[in-house]
Design a protein around this ligand. Structure first.
Ligand code: OGA
Ligand code: NI
Length: 203
């Protein structure tokens, strides 16, 4: 249960959030370095490509729900970010990922963060963004703290030529700000918002 033990004043809260966000920024830069290396690219590849990265923080509070069989906390979706870092309550399980057609719960580990690959990385690397959702619980409420790490809105990005090889290119070039607008003005519906970036092929 996400019990509120005491009140935290606004300045302590914003200072803590600022420090946390800074650490998450360093973490995402490091992870993107490793991801680039795993693809045979130089470690700075994505960090240079993404320009001055944009971070958004969302806190989701899911109250207890008497009918978890009928009510979802968050509809299935993939994130529009490059990477998402999620910290979740250890008292209840709510996050699920879609794997081979089945919803798999992501059990919280007190000292661990969950990292999702987002649509922005899928367009540029052979790593698929993960479709996920949040379910509700009958007895306990749940809190999650989610940071979305994305390229600068000014940047126009296409697939990485080194990753395309001889396969037909699936995604087009687009401005990340435009993509973000599309993302937030369309409803959560699996990975549907990624269609924005897809090259339409007529069979
Ligand atoms: C999100 C998200 C999952 C959760 O905010 O995009 O997927 O467990 N949250 O709150
Ligand atoms: Ni999400």
């Amino acid at each position: 249960m996400a019990t509120i033990h005491s009140y935290v004043c606004y300045c302590c809260f914003s200072e803590t959030l600022e420090k946390y966000s800074y650490s998450i920024r360093r973490l995402c830069e490091t992870l993107l370095g490793f991801i680039a290396e795993s693809l045979g690219l130089r470690p700075s590849f994505f960090n240079e490509m993404f320009g001055e990265a944009v971070q958004a923080v969302r806190m989701n509070y899911y109250p207890p729900c008497s009918r978890p069989d009928l009510v979802l906390g968050l509809t299935p979706h993939s994130d529009g970010s490059a990477l998402t870092v999620l910290q979740q309550d250890t008292a209840s399980v709510g996050l699920q990922i879609l794997k081979d057609g089945a919803w798999i719960p992501v059990h919280p580990i007190a000292t661990a963060l969950v990292v999702n690959v987002g649509d922005t990385l899928e367009v540029r690397a052979p790593y698929k963004s993960v479709e996920h959702r949040a379910v509700t619980n009958r007895e306990s409420d749940r809190l999650s703290l989610v940071t979305f790490y994305s390229p600068s809105y000014e940047i126009e990005l296409g697939p990485v030529p080194e990753m395309v090889n001889d396969k037909p290119c699936m995604y087009r070039r687009y401005n990340h700000g435009e993509y973000s607008r599309h993302y937030i003005t369309n409803k959560l519906e699996g990975k549907k918002r990624l269609e924005f970036a897809r090259i339409q092929t007529s069979l």
